[in-house]
Design a protein around this ligand. Structure first.
Ligand code: C2E
Ligand code: MG
Ligand code: MG
Ligand code: MG
Length: 288
């Protein structure tokens, strides 16, 4: 490993915030051609119903296999892409790929795709969504878009109208990483979300202190009052799962149930990511 990672072709493990400017520029250049060279893939992370461990759907997560650097984590290349319109092309590719996969495999359930605020700001999102649905023949109800509150979104009536139109089509709309970002309650009030995804930083402290549980109860109550699907992210231990069930949470994602994995693996029964535990045997078979 050289002193100047931009000069060599060193693997990248860090988040983009920790990369120097030369390396970020270099990654942006490489990323520009990555779609055409077939270096991008999607992995899918199961989204589980806590009541019985069954799979409600899956979240599509981009993976980039760089020919020289190996696999580059999305925490490195997504922020780089978000520095320009590159994220718009990447997001469009992910939508088409995910819709095609879901259409071909009904067993995938509802597929959730992450969307950048830039796709919205550029006014391009509705066209990208319609293209993905038309090409694949996927029913709009089987698509959900995840918007992260870690990006500032224009305080724009137009954005609310675009999102309202997508919801009107039957497409799901999730507020991602809830509890970390700029937007929080104001967004929730103003935009037509159907799902609230709690950031894993709210789940990680569990069992934690009374204050940690109080926050989760408050979020649960808001979600119920607004008739949102509530999804807890980053569930890693059976103890966390039990606490969430006790609090009345209905859906979850996390290494306990399975990390992001190739489509074939998910369809083959959702083999669990290396180093993680399976849900208890009784759960998966349970019925309500
Ligand atoms: P996200 O949308 O919040 O996705 C969840 C991230 O948490 C994923 O990281 C996933 O691997 C990780 N994760 C899931 N369960 C657990 C767990 O139990 N413990 C821990 N510690 N982590 C868990 P990943 O795949 O590295 O993606 C990072 C972020 O990159 C995503 O966060 C999302 O914001 C962004 N991203 C990924 N694909 C796309 C895309 O197609 N478009 C856009 N705009 N952003 C994307
Ligand atoms: Mg997400
Ligand atoms: Mg998330
Ligand atoms: Mg998150």
């Amino acid at each position: 490993p050289g002193k100047d990672p931009a000069a060599g072709q060193a693997p990248i493990a860090a988040a983009a915030g920790m990369l120097d400017r030369a390396l970020r520029r270099r990654l942006a250049t490489d990323l520009r051609g990555a779609i055409g060279r077939g270096e991008l893939t999607l992995h899918y992370q199961p989204r589980i119903r806590l009541a019985d461990g069954s799979r409600r759907g899956a979240e599509a997560l981009l993976r980039w296999h760089h020919p020289a650097r190996g696999s580059v984590p999305p925490t490195a290349f997504i922020p780089v892409a978000e520095g320009s319109d590159l994220i718009v092309a990447l997001g469009g590719w992910a939508l088409r790929r995910a819709a095609a996969d879901a259409s071909r495999h009904p067993g995938l359930g509802q597929v959730s795709v992450n969307v950048s605020a830039r796709q919205l700001a550029a006014g391009i999102l509705p066209g990208q969504v319609e293209l993905a649905l038309a090409e694949s023949g996927l029913a709009p109800e089987r698509l959900e878009l995840e918007l992260t509150e870690s990006l500032p979104l224009a305080e724009d009536a137009e954005v609310a109208a675009v999102l309202g139109a997508l919801r009107g089509r039957g497409i799901g709309l999730a507020l991602d990483d809830f509890g970390t970002g700029y937007a929080s309650l104001a967004w929730l009030r103003r935009l037509p979300f159907s799902t609230l995804k709690l950031d894993r930083s709210l789940v990680a402290p569990l069992p934690g202190q009374p204050a940690d549980l109080a926050i989760l109860r408050a979020v649960r109550d808001i979600g119920r009052a607004m008739r949102l699907h509530l999804v807890a992210e980053g569930v890693e231990t059976p103890e966390q799962r039990a606490l969430l069930v006790g609090l009345g949470f209905e859906e979850a994602q996390g290494f306990l149930f399975g990390g992001p994995m190739p489509l074939e693996m998910l369809l083959a029964g959702g083999a669990v990511a290396p180093g993680t535990a399976r849900p208890p045997a009784g759960m998966a078979a349970g019925r309500h």
